[in-house]
Design a protein around this ligand. Structure first.
Ligand code: C2E
Ligand code: MG
Ligand code: MG
Ligand code: MG
Length: 269
C-alpha cells in the first residue's frame, strides 16, 4: 500500500506498481528489438469438431522468445505493444508469418488443406488505416486464399469507432476473410456487438467453459449463447476445454467446435 512520507505527501507507487513500471521500462526497447531480431514466434493450437474430433483449424498465438528470460507470453507484452504503438508492426508481422506458414502447410499435399487459421487482432491494429492493405498484401504474397484466414476480435476492439469498424468488417466480408468474435461474454456489452456486426464465428470465453459439466449457471449461459449464435447463422467454438466431461456437456448443448488443452496445447508448427 502507499505510505505517507515525512513531508505529508503520499507515495502512490507501492512496490508492485514500481516493479511493473520497471519491467515495462525494460521491456519496451527490448520488444522493439525483438521485432527487428526475429525473436517472435507463432504457436498453433488446434480447433476441433466436438462431434468427431477432426481438426477444423488452428488459432495462431504469438510468443516472444527472449534471449535471457526465455518464452514470454502475450499477456505480458500485447498490452505494452498496444500502448506503445508497437502492435502495428507486431500485428503486421503476425499476419505475414501466419500466411507464410499456411502456404507452406498447403504445399504439403499429405496435410488437410481446408483448415482455417485464426489470427488475433488488436483494437488499435484493426482501426489503423493500413490494416486492410496489410491483410491483402500478406494474402497476395503467400498465395493463401482469404477463406483460410479468420480474424479474431475481442469486444474491446469494437467499442470505439463503430463507423470505421463497420467499414473494415464490410470490406473483410467482401474479400471473404472470415471473422470471429473472441472471448464472448467477458466484454462490456456483448449482445450489442452481435446485433451490430455480422461475425462468422463466436468464441465462448473459457471462463464459461471451465467446469461447465458441474456448473448449472454456466450451462444456462452457454446454452442460450449457442442458441442465439446459431439463430444468427454463426458457428460456435468453446475455448479452454480441459476435460472430457466439459466436452460431453458442450456436445449436449449443440456446440460444434472446441479448443483447449484437452485437445492440444499451442505448439510450434
Ligand atoms: P485468446 O485469443 O483468447 O487465446 C486463448 C488463450 O487461452 C491462449 O493464451 C491459449 O494458450 C489459452 N488456452 C487455450 N486452451 C486453454 C486451456 O485449456 N486452458 C487454459 N487455461 N488456457 C488455454 P495465450 O496464448 O497466452 O494468449 C493470451 C491472449 O493474448 C490471447 O487470448 C489473445 O487475446 C492475445 N494474443 C495472443 N496472440 C496474439 C497475437 O498474435 N496478436 C494479438 N493482438 N493478440 C494475441
Ligand atoms: Mg483468440
Ligand atoms: Mg479467446
Ligand atoms: Mg483471451
Amino acid at each position: 500500500a502507499g505510505q505517507v512520507d515525512i513531508r505529508g505527501g503520499f507515495k502512490i507507487f507501492d512496490d508492485t506498481i514500481h516493479q511493473a513500471a520497471m519491467r515495462r521500462l525494460e521491456l519496451e526497447p527490448a520488444l522493439r528489438q525483438a521485432l527487428e531480431n526475429n525473436q517472435l514466434i507463432m504457436h498453433y493450437q488446434p480447433i476441433v469438431s466436438l462431434e468427431n474430433g477432426k481438426i477444423k483449424g488452428y488459432e495462431a498465438l504469438v510468443r516472444w522468445q527472449h534471449p535471457e528470460k526465455g518464452i514470454i507470453m502475450p499477456d505480458e507484452f500485447i498490452r505494452l505493444a498496444e500502448e506503445t504503438g508497437l502492435i502495428i508492426p507486431l500485428g503486421a508481422w503476425v499476419i505475414h508469418e501466419v500466411c507464410r506458414q499456411v502456404a507452406s502447410w498447403q504445399k504439403d499435399k499429405s496435410r488437410d488443406n481446408h483448415l482455417t487459421i485464426s489470427v488475433n487482432v488488436s483494437a488499435h491494429q484493426f482501426t489503423e488505416p493500413a490494416f486492410l492493405s496489410v491483410i491483402q498484401s500478406a494474402l497476395q504474397k503467400s498465395g493463401v486464399q482469404s477463406t483460410c484466414i479468420s480474424l479474431e476480435l475481442t469486444e474491446t476492439a469494437l467499442i470505439n469507432n463503430s463507423q470505421q469498424v463497420t467499414e473494415v468488417l464490410d470490406e473483410l466480408r467482401r474479400i471473404k476473410v472470415r471473422t470471429s468474435l473472441d472471448d464472448f461474454g467477458t466484454g462490456y456489452c456483448s449482445l450489442n456487438y452481435l446485433h451490430r456486426y455480422p461475425f462468422d464465428t463466436l468464441k465462448i470465453d473459457q471462463s464459461f467453459v471451465r467446469h461447465i459439466d458441474s456448473n448449472p449457471r454456466n450451462q444456462a449461459i452457454v446454452n442460450s449463447t449457442i442458441e442465439l449464435a446459431h439463430r444468427l447463422g454463426m458457428q460456435v467454438v468453446a475455448e479452454g476445454i480441459e476435460t472430457e466431461a466439459e466436452v460431453e456437456t458442450l456436445k449436449q448443448l449443440n456446440c460444434e467446435y472446441g479448443q483447449g488443452w484437452f485437445y492440444g496445447q499451442p505448439a510450434l508448427s
